[in-house]
Structures are given as C-alpha cells and as structure tokens.
Design a binder for this molecule. Structure first.
Ligand code: ASC
Length: 143
C-alpha cells in the first residue's frame, strides 16, 4: 500500500513536470524558430535589416537543424492553460504529422536553395515555408 501511494505520487508529480516542461520547451523552441526565420531571414529579405549572406545562411542551417526536433515537442497531455496547442493535435495525429512533415520539407528545400546560393529560388522557397508555418497555425494553434 505504501509503495502504491508513493508510486502514485511520483507518477502524478512527474506527469505534471513533463507537461509543464513540454510547454516551456515548445514555447522556447518556437521563439528560436521565429527568431531565425522571421527576425533574421525574413527581415533581411524585406530589407528591414541589412542583408548579411553569411548570417542568412547560418539562420537557414539552424532552422533546418531545428526542424528535425519538432515531432518530439507535442507529447500527449502537454495541452493546457498556458498553451495555444489545440486538442486536434492529439485527436488527429495523422493530419498533424502530415502538416509537420510538409513544413520540414519546405524548410529543407529552403536550406538547399540557400546553401547552394540559388538566388532565383530563395524567395519562393521562403514564401512556401511561411505558408507551411501558417497552415499548421490555422488548424492546430488557437488564436
Ligand atoms: C514568421 C512567423 C510565423 C510565420 C507565419 C507565416 O516569421 O513568426 O509564425 O512566419 O507568420 O505566415
């Protein structure tokens, strides 16, 4: 009995910690994604910040590396008051996974164009990536 109570306390405490940590980790992750994609790459493309091709390519490579981590950031139970993640993430995981995979492909294509210095493709690849960000926000992020 004592063991059962202890196990119950430990497992509910750790479930709480996991959910809390997952939301914080996810929010930090998206801040970094937004920083590299929006505040560095987007701002440079819109001439709101001086173009620096080395920094631009670095941001693109970072974004591509970050993209691989997204699948792990939505563990079951990591919704809640502090999170804008919609329940559809967990009720429709197949569709969610499709949207994430599309975003990862768009990020990879953007990075391929950037690292190749393919100036003619970068603008369209950036826009396609932004559209993939938005597609997920529209369906899986609350306002
Ligand atoms: C950004 C950013 C997003 C996406 C989205 C694209 O730079 O912070 O959330 O692009 O606005 O539509």
């Amino acid at each position: 009995m004592r063991q059962f109570i202890l196990a119950t306390i430990l497992s509910s405490a750790s479930a709480f910690a996991v959910a809390n940590d997952a939301v914080e980790l996810r929010q930090g992750y998206f801040k970094l994604v937004k920083y590299e994609f929006g505040d560095v790459m987007g701002a440079m493309l819109q001439a709101k910040r001086p173009m620096d091709q080395v920094r631009f390519a670095e941001a693109s490579a970072r974004l591509d590396a970050l993209a691989g981590a997204i699948d792990e950031l939505f563990p079951e139970g990591s919704d809640g008051a502090d999170s804008r993640a919609k329940a559809e993430i967990w009720s429709n995981p197949t569709r969610f996974e499709t949207v994430l995979t599309d975003w990862q492909r768009k990020v990879a294509a953007l990075n391929t164009a950037v690292q190749a210095g393919d100036q003619a493709s970068i603008g369209a690849a950036f826009k396609a990536t932004a559209a993939a960000c938005k597609a997920c926000h529209d369906d899986f992020r609350s306002k």
